[in-house]
Structure formats: C-alpha cells, structure tokens
Write a protein that binds this ligand. Structure first.
Ligand code: GLN
Length: 252
C-alpha cells in the first residue's frame, strides 16, 4: 500500500513548523510498512489532485495568505472535487481560513476557496495560547497551540471539537475548527499530529480506506510516549476530568 501526500505551498504556508505534520504522516506510515510519497507544491506549481491521497495546507501570515490566495483560486475546482470525493485534507490556521469564503482583515478582504461555508474576520487582539479540545472523533483529547487574529464563524458546519482550555474559532463560541467529510480544518498550529498521534492515524486510516477499501485498518504502534506527552498537556491545563465523546451540537 502507498499514500501520496501533497504539501501545498510550503514556501508560503509553513508557520510554526506545520511541516512537522508531514513528517508525522510519513513516519507513521513507514513504521507500518506502508509506502509514503510526499510531493511539495510550491506556489504556482500545477497540482494533479487525482494523484493525491492527503493534502496539507498550513498556516501563514496575512501577507502570505494574500499572495497564496491567487494560486489557490486557480486550483479551486480541482481542490473542491477532491474534498467532495472524500479526499483527506488537514488545513491549519491560515489554511483553515482559506478553505472558507473570505478572510476580512483591517486592510482588505482575502477571497477564499469557498469549499467550506465559513467566514473569518480579523480583530486586533490575537488569540494566542495553548489549547485542549474534546473532539467527538476521538476518545483522547486533542492538544495544541493557537495564534490567530481571525475569528472564524462556522455556521452550520460541525466543529472539530469543543474547547476545554483555550479560545478556539472566535474566542467566544466555545468551539474549535471544522470537520467536513475527510477534512479537518483547525487553528491548532505546529506539530499538531506529533502531539496527537490519534489524529494522525484517523486521517491516515481515512485515506487508506478511500483508496484500498473499508476493510483496511492501521496496526497499532508502540507510541505510549507520544500519548503520555499528550496526557501531560491535558493534565497541565485542567484539573477537570476529561469527558469521553461529548456530544457536539451544530451551532451558528
Ligand atoms: N493570518 C491569520 C490570522 O492571524 C492566520 C495566522 C496563522 O496561520 N497563524 O488569523
């Protein structure tokens, strides 16, 4: 078995080491004897989505997002088809915002891909801190770091998780990110997947099932250390007990 991972615009969208997520995808496949090919697409490169199983769209500053949006609009239709065809996407922060309709800053409105029915508006106070989520997708919490000026309004979309500690989509809604088909779009920056091996395996398994059929499953890895690190962060930011699979209601 083999998965091909497209890393979109690492020359522009790679804040706080979002590239580490690619390493995590690759290593967790290779440790299981599954081949991994990573194709970086620099801004302006043509992209054949039919050849891809997973797409990573990282975060960027407002300036970089403005540049990248022109390239993204060129590939909009193919990217949209990939998502509707259950292609796996991890979109982080600026990448998350760009999947939506627009990102309105104090200076201009950056047009997004309109793959998700979400909008983002900038406010001067940045939302910066460590964050812990309960996601209905997992028995284990998701931990990370957020740093964004944009507030993202997700309308009827299903959030990635409920904020247990931290700020999330708007700092007020109590929710973080979006899950749509096989897309996880989130503000959690940097090494999201190394810090959350369960999220990495979820995305890998989705991609393998799409390509090789529903019976494919991932064999377990000796990743007790990674899970212990995750638990350490959960314990550090809360003395409350983690609630398993909390029901997440749709919200505006
Ligand atoms: N420029 C966007 C914001 O500040 C996204 C930043 C990022 O990717 N960290 O909201």
């Amino acid at each position: 078995m083999k998965l091909t991972i497209g890393h979109l615009y690492p020359d522009l969208l790679n804040l706080y080491g979002d590239r580490g997520n690619i390493q995590c995808f690759r290593k967790r496949l290779e440790w299981r004897g599954i081949e991994a090919e990573v194709i970086p697409f620099l801004s302006g490169d043509p992209i054949d989505f039919q050849n891809l199983d997973i797409v990573l769209l990282g975060g960027g500053s407002d300036r970089e997002q403005e540049i990248v949006c022109n390239y993204l609009l060129d590939i909009r239709d193919d990217f949209h088809k990939f998502v509707e065809d259950n292609g796996v996407v991890l979109a982080v922060c600026g990448g998350y915002q760009l999947l939506g309709k627009y990102y309105k800053t104090d200076k201009k409105t950056i047009q997004g891909l309109s793959i998700l029915d979400i909008t983002t508006e900038w406010q001067p106070e940045r939302l910066i801190r460590n964050i812990v989520l309960n996601s209905p997708l997992f028995d284990t919490p998701v931990v990370g770091f957020e740093n964004h000026g944009g507030r993202t309004y997700i309308k009827d979309h299903t959030p990635f998780g409920k904020v247990f500690y931290g700020l999330g989509n708007t700092g007020k809604s109590g929710y973080e990110g979006v899950v749509y088909k096989n897309v996880i779009a989130t503000y959690l920056h940097g090494p999201l997947l190394p810090k959350n091996p369960h999220v990495c395996d979820y995305l890998l398994e989705r991609a393998l099932k799409r390509k090789y059929g529903p019976d494919v499953t991932l064999s377990p890895l000796p990743d007790e250390l990674e899970h212990a690190a995750n638990q350490y962060i959960v314990d550090r930011y809360s003395d409350k007990k983690y609630v398993l699979k909390e029901t997440i209601k749709r919200h505006t």
